[in-house]
Ligand binder design. Structure first.
Ligand code: ACO
Length: 210
């Protein structure tokens, strides 16, 4: 398996890969039952790819086995993203990203780590036929090395499922905050997302990378 920065001429292929994996089987996307293709997620994907810090794992036949998409975050970005989200018509997307943006604001990275920019590991995805071979773990290692090369001091990830939490922690990430999915509820106390076991909580994780 070879690990390399995703070139522009493979961006469309990465979106195809995500349509058949992450967009449907990441725990929150699955709980929300997102419609695929999905304009919001695809815009989010291209926007992140254009930062040229994302990594793909490719086989000897040049097939994409997995990807990790990484981008930068600056002060005020989550607040702005939350405002833009409210204008979106996709109610399922809102259920997911209200949680992620609000908890990211609560995690208060810029104050907490006295940082002026953050390296965010945003989307981690391995094709079902290549899972269980340590590819996600290697993608995280390569992503961190890429972040260091770009001069970042602090990495962040919103780990939405049990396995991504395990993988990131085995790569030296620690927890800033966690939110149990049954506590993400509407005004009547009903959970907004019914996330399947063994995924019981969101964890916002960090790693100092300088
Ligand atoms: N069942 C049991 N153990 C698992 C599973 C699973 N489904 N998935 C991963 N693991 C364990 C492995 O056993 C391994 O543990 P070990 O180091 O103790 O042996 C460890 O997690 C690392 O596994 P990898 O082989 O590196 O993980 P893999 O390449 O299979 O990819 C991933 C894992 C990315 C979670 C994949 O299942 C996937 O694409 N899922 C759908 C999308 C998703 O949920 N992405 C993460 C969301 S959070 C984010 O993107 C920031």
């Amino acid at each position: 398996m070879e690990y390399k920065v995703i070139p522009e001429d493979r961006f469309d292929e990465v979106v195809d890969h995500l349509r058949s994996t992450f967009f449907s089987d990441e725990p929150l996307n699955k709980a929300a039952g997102l419609s695929i293709p999905n304009d919001y997620l695809e815009h989010h994907t291209y926007h992140t790819l254009e930062e040229n810090m994302s990594i793909m794992a490719v086989t000897g036949d040049n097939e994409i086995a997995g990807v990790i998409l990484n981008g930068s975050v600056y002060p005020g970005d989550y607040e702005e993203a939350l405002n833009i989200l409210e204008q979106d018509s996709d109610e399922k997307i809102k259920k997911i990203f209200r949680l992620l943006f609000q908890e990211s604001i609560n995690a208060d990275f810029f104050q907490r780590f006295q940082a002026d920019k953050i390296y965010e590991l945003r989307i981690l995805s391995v094709s079902p036929k290549f899972r269980g071979q340590g590819i996600a773990k290697s993608l995280v290692e390569h992503a961190i090395s890429e972040g260091k090369d770009h001069g970042y001091k602090i990495a962040k990830a919103d780990a939405t499922g049990f396995f991504s939490q395990k993988i990131l922690k085995s790569n030296g990430f620690n927890t800033v905050l966690e939110k149990y999915y049954d506590k993400y509820a509407d005004t009547r106390g009903e959970p907004i997302l019914h996330v399947q076991s063994p995924h019981i909580k969101l964890q916002i994780l960090y790693k100092i990378i300088d």
